[in-house]
Design a protein around this ligand. Sequence first.
Ligand SMILES: Cc1cc2nc3c(=O)[nH]c(=O)nc-3n(C[C@H](O)[C@H](O)[C@H](O)COP(=O)(O)O)c2cc1C
Length: 320
Amino acid sequence: MKSFWDDLPKPFFILAPMEAVTDVVFRHVVKAAAPPDVVFTEFTNATGWAHAGDRAIGGRLVKTDDESPIVAHLWGADPESMAKLAAHARELGYDAIDINMGCPDSSATKSGGGAGMIRTPENAAAIIAAAKTSGLPVSAKTRLGYTYIDEWREWLAHLLRQDIANLTIHLRTKKEMSKVPAHYELIGDIKQLRDEIAPHTLLTINGDIETRADGLKLIEKYGVDGVMIGRGVFHNPFAFAPDAEAAKTPAKLFELLHLQLDLYDKYQSQMNRPFDTLKRFFKIYVRDIPGAAELRDQLMHCQNTDEVRGILASVELFVD
Ligand SMILES: Cc1cc2nc3c(=O)[nH]c(=O)nc-3n(C[C@H](O)[C@H](O)[C@H](O)COP(=O)(O)O)c2cc1C
């Protein structure tokens, strides 16, 4: 099936799915800073949605019409529910579905979802097939294995046989969580496997890649198709810019914080997220200036966006 995946630049850069982070608000902030080629939503549970509807998934699938290409990142171990939520994602205007097969949290694995799929490969195939009934292109994001690194060959070969549009690999096992460096040494062998089994499936690497420039270095060495960046945007929201370090001035960071406050107010009624969820973002923007720690501390005591704006107004004359 032809889709936006076929028309992406090579290499392409993806904003990683991050729970309670890559919602409609923060995706717009990253886009304003330096746009990735593709964005993923936070992970959204199919079984919950199939049973309880939108109440079960909050604002996780809220998006705007101009967000494209945008991929609905879904998880769950029940094919019927997956088919239903994938069809709903299509109705909402999503361009594609990505299945989470890497989340290490027991809340996902205990029901066979997330990284639990690595242990139930036949169900993983059934979940992909179910998502495909939506008519949207389907991709998967996974890890090298559940417990041991050398699980990678069998597991990834199985996924590559499922005729998926893209395979993103977070280059660690479930057991490794994020505690060891990503296994870049395996990229070459994984690419060879992809070339043998499914040359039409795009291959995206993920793990410890901070910026576009870092990604390009890996691409130069290994020649995969795409790079996914997650936590890099916490350290530098301009991570997708050609020169991320130069782009990150204190004044521009403040502008982004204002944008995030404005967008939070705009989408709050649809997202229904408490104000406190904004606080984890302050450290992204308030840094590299004298008194940053004190300023962050003041912001952490705010109760609403206007209080944050008030405090920022008292300091930003001095920020350039
Ligand atoms: C706060 C946070 C939330 C995350 N949520 C998800 C998620 O919902 N689905 C998923 O597949 N991975 C999730 N991840 C993992 C990231 O997508 C990514 O695979 C991981 O952070 C490694 O990439 P990085 O080093 O570029 O951050 C999350 C990571 C973080 C830090």
